[in-house]
Every structure is written in structure tokens, then in C-alpha cells.
Ligand binder design. Structure first.
Ligand SMILES: [Zn+2]
Length: 297
């Protein structure tokens, strides 16, 4: 059981929340709200134990400066070394800011299993304008690691964090670096529907989707529908804890009309394959082949 999308913070960042709200405008917008939760690795482990989650893939916060990113990454690496069987981490970088390449290399050496959750709105670039971010994203590609990015729906209700990384923007980036393993958080802002178009389907051969924040955005039927649109091998369970409780979302997913094999893939097998984790996972949950764009449509 893998939760492929949770956020934790280093205790010194939690203590300096007010200062960080001034230093980083996107953080200020999100965490200016007193109810927005910042949680530590210890609190995550307690939540995982309660919810029955074996492994969490943890991400930091999309800081504008790579200095803030580096502080956060060091904390994530520490958490993973303290709980090596429970925590896998992704390095956070601002691919469009100074110091990105060095931080990518440092995270790779520290054992990051990928990068994310990169957020174009927070980090002040556009996915459809590759020049500022391309070199850094190619570095991630050449390290053979996945990149998880925040996405937003072009329609529907507003909320803190909703931005411009909509399917059209994100698809432009995917087409620029098509061999990178892309992980689109929050169901790709609706991109799965467009995978019914053959050219989008083949452009998205190396794209998977996570379910982060589902109950804030969609009806639970989104799991079944997206599996039917893109194939079960492209769907990863992620809660977005502490935005959503791990246990509650997991309970709901377990009641959905999915086969045992689909459930195993969504609740861990796919994340293990994408992030190359789980030498201790059961072999049958790891056996999905690399996606063939023509195979299911
Ligand atoms: Zn997100």
C-alpha cells in the first residue's frame, strides 16, 4: 500500500511559517490561511500507521528559490534515512531558477526517487514556454528519474493552489520532453479525457496520473472513469495528506468497483514501478509492462 503524494515540512520551516509567508509569495497565499496544515515526518508515520499505509512518497513545497528547496530536500532525505522502509522522497527544485542543476544533482546523489511536486504557478514559469526550465528538466530526464508536477483544471470551482497548469499547458511541456517519465498530480487537470485523441494518447506514452486531493475536486467515480480512459497502469493512489486524511480516502477507494488486480495496481503496484521502489513488494504487483500507446485503444 503506497500513498504516492504526501507533503511534509522540516520543523524549522514550521516554526518560521510567518517569515516564509513573506519570503515566498505562493507559500504566503496558501499558508496565510491558519487552517492550512504543515506536518512533520513523525506525524506522517503516525498517520500511515493509523491508515494502514506501508510507504509514502513524500514531497516538499514548490519554493521559488532553490535555497529554500535545498533546506527542504535535506529534511526529506533525513526522513527517508530515518524510516527507510516507510518513506521515499522526491526532490523539490525550481527548474526555472538559479541553482536548479546543482540541486538536482545533489538530490540524485542523496537518493531522491524523482522530483516534484513542481508547480509552474508557484515557481513563476509557464510549461508552454520551455526556455527557462528546459535544461533542468532534461537533467532530471538524464538522471532517469520521474518528474511529478502540479496540474489544475481549466473549469470548475476556485481554491487556493488552482493555477494555469491546465491540460493544454502541460501537454506542451510533455511534447517538449516526451521521453521523461511524467507524473501529473490531481488527475492531470482533466488530460486523461483527451487521451481518447490518438495523437494525445501517443504523446502521453510516458505520462501517469495521481489522485491527490480527489475529494476536493471530483466525484469518487473519477477512479473508475480514468482507469477506463487511460488504462489501470497509469493511475496512482495519492492522498495529498495532510490536505486530505490518508485513511478516509483509502477507505473510499476500497469500496470502488475495481477488480483485485486494479486495486493492487492503483494502491501500490504502479507507484512501485514508476518510482523504482519495492524490492520487497510482491512480484505480481510489479509486473505491468511499459505502456504501449496502441495497446488499449
Ligand atoms: Zn498539487
Amino acid at each position: 500500500m503506497i500513498d504516492a503524494h504526501v507533503h511534509i515540512f522540516p520543523p524549522p520551516m514550521i516554526e518560521n511559517r510567518e517569515r516564509l509567508q513573506i519570503e515566498d509569495s505562493w507559500f504566503g497565499e496558501t499558508f496565510g490561511h491558519p487552517k492550512a496544515k504543515m506536518r512533520t515526518a513523525e506525524e506522517l508515520i503516525a498517520s500511515m500507521d493509523k491508515a494502514g499505509v506501508d510507504i509514502s512518497i513524500v514531497v516538499g513545497w514548490p519554493w521559488q528559490s532553490n535555497e529554500h528547496c535545498a533546506i527542504h530536500n535535506t529534511c526529506l532525505a533525513d526522513a527517508a534515512s530515518q524510516w527507510p522502509d516507510r518513506i521515499v522522497w522526491l526532490g523539490i527544485v525550481n527548474p526555472a531558477a538559479a541553482g536548479a542543476i546543482e540541486e538536482i544533482d545533489r538530490c540524485t546523489a542523496l537518493g531522491a526517487k524523482g522530483f516534484g511536486e513542481v508547480n509552474a504557478d508557484a515557481q513563476e514559469f509557464r510549461w508552454s514556454e520551455p526556455e527557462p526550465w528546459l535544461e533542468a528538466v532534461r537533467r532530471i530526464e538524464s538522471a532517469n528519474l520521474p518528474l511529478m508536477i502540479h496540474t489544475s483544471e481549466p473549469v470548475g470551482h476556485g481554491y487556493p493552489g488552482k493555477g494555469l497548469a491546465t491540460p493544454a499547458e502541460v501537454l506542451a511541456a510533455i511534447q517538449t520532453v516526451p521521453d521523461l517519465q511524467w507524473v501529473l498530480a490531481h488527475w492531470g487537470g482533466g488530460l486523461p479525457f483527451y487521451e481518447l485523441m490518438p495523437e494525445v494518447r501517443s504523446a502521453c506514452a510516458n505520462v501517469v496520473y495521481d489522485s491527490a486531493a480527489t475529494s476536493y475536486l471530483y466525484n469518487q467515480a473519477v477512479f473508475r472513469r480514468v482507469i477506463d480512459l487511460v488504462g489501470v497502469e497509469k493511475v496512482l493512489f495519492g492522498s495529498d495528506w495532510p490536505v486530505l486524511g490518508q485513511g478516509k480516502l483509502l477507505e473510499r477507494v476500497r469500496t470502488l468497483p475495481l477488480t483485485e488486480r486494479e486495486m493492487a495496481a492503483v494502491l501500490g503496484g504502479n507507484a512501485a514501478r514508476i518510482y523504482c521502489i519495492g524490492t520487497r513488494m510482491r512480484a505480481d504487483t510489479l509486473s505491468f509492462p511499459r505502456i504501449n500507446p496502441e495497446a488499449t485503444l
